[in-house]
Every structure is written in C-alpha cells, then in structure tokens.
Write a protein that binds this ligand. Structure first.
Ligand code: ZN
Length: 247
C-alpha cells in the first residue's frame, strides 16, 4: 500500500493542491491525515472539502482543529494563533465545523506497520522536539513506523537495540527513509501549509508499506497567492510573512 501522508495543512489551499498534484503523479492508494487541517491560513472550508473528497483511510485531529471548531478554548495559544483560531471559527460553515469537531484523537493504528498521531503517541498535544521526547514516543509507539506532525519540522528518529539516530530536514526535493528490520521509526514529514524549518516549500510524504520506505518530498507552490489571501482575509500579516520564509 502506498499512503499519501499529509499533516499541518493549516488552511493553505495552494500548498495542499500542489502536494496533491505531485502525489497523484507519483501514485498512491490511500491517504493519512495527521491533523491541523485549519488555523493560520485563509481557506479552511476549501481545505476541509478537499480532504474529505480524498476519503482518507485514517485521520486524527490537531490542536488547531480542536480550538477552531470550538471544542477547546485557545489556552496556550499565542496572540496570533488565538486571533487566527477566532477568525477560523467564524469562517467555517456549520457542517465543516461539526465535521472538524468530530475528528478522532490520536494515536490511531492504521495497519500492521503504521501508527499515526498529531503530537506524540503518548499525548496528542505534546511536541516531539528533542531526542528525549522522541525516545519516549518510540517506546510508547505500538508500530514499527509512527508518523507524527505538530512541530512543522521534518525529522526522522530511529531506534534499534544498539542505536538511536535522528535525521533532520533535507535540502533535496526528494529523500527517503528505508525501514530496516529490528528498528522502530518516528517520522515527521513536515508541514504542508506552514513549514518552519527555514525552507518555505510545502512538505508531504508517501509511506510505501510494500517497499518498506517513507518517501519525503518538498515542492514549490504559489506562496505569494496563499500569502495575499491571508492578508486579504484580515488575518495577522505575520502569518503571510512566515509562509515566504518558512519559519
Ligand atoms: Zn500545526
């Protein structure tokens, strides 16, 4: 099975469409969505409708999905995220808001190989930043490959009986992680709609269970268009600026 893996789309329709076009050309059968479909970007309804049309095999909610759908108050959100969450709540149609609120919490077991979560397998809202967080997550994870998001930072951690390694973002448009026997993997493909690793290109992955590998892709998309929509929508301008720098 080839799974298209999308996380942290954040209502960026231009980035999502670029990823979908690229992924279709590469071929995949099913879609996995790791949360934060909305928040920050100007197209929450259109993004939800695109994702729903993909009929994902599995999805989990992100912290922005919970707040923007009214499920949780924006505690812990900074002023910009809070403002975007209010804007998104108002912009969402009733049915889309209800659909978002009904997304399941992670972690979620997809098949014999893969588990997905938004933040970490031990807490849907926890951030995996460093090796300590990653080790804890790898020990809790129920599958060989745990796919996560939330930090908007592409990274791979791998654990065997003898070794523990991490690999950060690649500058290449394509890179891959080969899943070797006897190891556990924790992979963040990076954010579709709001990258924060200094590379403004959209990020997504294809997890190929037959070939035992994760393919990681970065691609250019019409950033200026997405940024202009953010400004026109009356969202905080800093959200447009950060798209262009990938921070
Ligand atoms: Zn996010």
């Amino acid at each position: 099975m080839r799974y298209l893996v999308l996380t942290d789309i954040h209502a960026n329709l231009e980035a999502l469409d670029a990823c979908l076009t690229d992924a279709r050309a590469r071929g995949y059968q099913q879609t996995l969505v790791l949360g934060d479909l909305v928040g920050y970007g100007a197209d929450p309804n259109a993004v939800i409708e695109r994702v729903r049309a993909l009929k994902p095999a599995a999805m989990v909610r992100g912290n922005h999905d919970k707040v923007a759908s009214g499920l949780e108050p924006p505690d812990g959100f900074n002023a910009v995220a809070r403002s975007a969450a209010h804007w998104t709540f108002d912009a969402l149609t009733g049915p889309n808001r209800a659909w978002l609120a009904a997304l399941p919490a992670g972690p979620h077991t997809v098949d014999d190989l893969i588990e997905i979560c938004h933040g970490s397998p031990f807490d849907e809202d926890a951030y995996i930043f460093d090796e300590l967080d990653a080790l804890r997550a790898l020990k809790v994870s129920a599958r060989t490959l745990c796919l996560f998001g939330h930090t908007h930072y592409p990274v791979t951690f791998q654990l065997s009986a003898e070794t523990f390694d991490s690999t950060g973002p690649s500058t290449l448009a394509e890179s891959r992680v080969d899943l070797r026997p006897g190891r556990k993997y924790l992979v963040n493909p990076g954010s579709v709609g709001q990258p924060r690793d200094g590379d403004p290109r959209a990020a997504y992955a294809i997890a190929d269970t037959g070939a035992a590998r994760v393919e990681l892709y970065r691609l250019a998309y019409p950033i200026e268009e997405a940024a202009a929509k953010v400004v026109d929508a009356g969202l905080p301008e800093v959200l447009a600026q950060r798209l262009t720098v990938g921070r």
